[in-house]
Design a protein around this ligand. Structure first.
Ligand SMILES: [Zn+2]
Length: 428
């Protein structure tokens, strides 16, 4: 094998072949990828090259940030080292079009940086060979990027319009089944709908929402994945506009443009609009479904992805009246101070709450200095963690490898010093 940029003994230039299909084309069987690879083979032959290694990403988006593209990542790595995993020298890349490789500026930068990290490299596509070191070569790449970005914008605008059009028609939301309706999202659920109706009635009559939640618990009401009712979820259920047949989109009631009247959904309502307005009036604005949005917890139990490090890991250590420990999950919510922009609080008993940054810091300490040596994350993981290279999901995996959970002791009122020892580990 020659050095970088050198030809093979047969005079052919060894190149890497890259192919990608996006998730929106229905070619998840790899047909699209195989087709592109065949074109790459032909392109390579026509331009005095030989494919020595193949890199593919099947049904991967190149427009969304952080979308995983393992094939592309490997290609970039191999271009940096100059060799494929099995030791073949790589002197260029062949692809059917630039937008297979990059649709975002960051990826263009990564790809070009890697491609030109060594001298003598080429880029080949059906239009011909391109010199990636020349200004013209780079300009052409940027032009392709601009076209791809414009196309992505048009496509995502189309998607937004589609959601909006569906909303105006009053078609039920996709996503998890709302509590009170059957799977078709149109027909009322025989057990749940009467519960919601009664809850609205009770609440308008002055019943505390906590009492309603307790009643539902006593009746054994759970979400489809076992979520237990609490005051927040019950409030969300009662104040969602869908309860009276109104359609909302992004926190605002959807109005018919011509009349200004609310758009009526095609589903069966549980109460009249007047009743719904009446129940909403019993809550402060900040607690309403319309304020908190559909991302707030629902009883279907399908939760949004956790957005905080310790979400679901912390358990409530408060003592209940009967002497047992609460053990409710501490959930992240907005905090009120600069020092604690978010807090973890128990939704079950409401008697245990801890500053978000304090709990996260305590978790880090447990993980990297207090865990038994054999359980601590490896040096590589530690370095990546503190270099900020791990995303939230990865960090949470690291945590759950070491900790089965943590029990949080309730804080002492008026004591503002940070006490890391409130977070007690349960090692795996
Ligand atoms: Zn609790």
């Amino acid at each position: 094998m020659g050095q970088d940029g050198a030809n093979e003994p047969n005079g052919l230039i060894p190149v890497a072949s890259y192919a990608r299909t996006s998730e929106d084309v229905r070619q998840k069987d790899g047909h699209g990828v195989r087709h592109q690879l065949r074109i790459n083979e032909r392109t390579a032959r026509e331009h005095g090259c030989r494919v020595v290694q193949v890199y593919t990403d099947n049904s991967c988006s190149a427009s969304r940030p952080r979308a995983a593209r393992p094939g592309f990542d490997r290609l970039v790595e191999d271009l940096m080292t100059g060799r494929s995993a099995d030791g073949q020298a790589i002197s260029g890349v062949v692809c059917v079009a630039d937008d297979r490789l990059y649709r975002r500026a960051e990826d263009l930068t990564r790809f070009f940086g890697a491609l030109t990290s060594r001298p003598g490299r080429i880029y080949v596509d059906p239009q011909g060979r391109r010199d990636p070191y020349s200004q013209e070569g780079l300009l052409e790449a940027v032009r392709s990027l601009e076209a791809a970005v414009a196309e992505t914008q048009v496509r995502s605008r189309r998607l937004v319009n589609w959601h909006w059009a569906r909303a105006v028609e009053g078609v039920p939301h996709s996503g998890p089944r709302p509590f009170g309706w059957q799977e078709d999202r149109i027909t009322l659920h025989p057990a749940e709908a009467p519960l919601v109706e009664k809850a609205v009635s009770d609440r308008v009559g002055g019943k505390p929402v906590r009492a309603i939640a307790l009643e539902w618990r006593d009746l054994g009401v759970t979400g489809t994945r076992g979520g237990r009712p609490n005051p927040q979820t019950v409030t969300q259920i009662m104040t969602a506009p869908r309860v009276c047949g109104y359609r909302a989109n992004k926190g605002a009631l959807l109005l018919v443009p011509e009349t200004g009247e609310p758009v009526l959904g095609r589903w069966d309502p549980i109460v009249t609009p007047d009743r719904w307005a009446a129940v909403c009036a019993t809550f402060s604005a900040g607690n309403l479904y319309m304020h908190r949005g559909s991302g707030a917890p629902r009883l279907t139990g399908q939760r949004a992805a956790p957005r905080r490090l310790a979400s679901g890991i912390l358990r409530c250590g408060a003592t209940r009246h009967d002497g047992t420990t609460c053990h409710g999950a501490l959930c992240a919510q907005k905090g009120r101070s600069k020092r604690s922009p978010y807090v973890y609080s128990c939704r079950d008993c409401g008697r245990c709450s801890i500053s978000g940054p304090l709990a996260d810091e305590a978790l880090e300490r447990l993980l990297f200095s207090q865990a038994p040596r054999s359980k601590q994350p490896t040096g590589v993981v530690r370095d990546r963690w503190f270099a900020g290279e791990l995303d939230l999901a990865e960090k949470r995996r690291v945590v759950s490898d070491v900790l089965a959970g943590c029990v949080v002791r309730p804080g002492v009122k008026g004591l503002h010093a940070w006490d890391h020892s409130r977070v007690q580990p349960v090692w795996r």
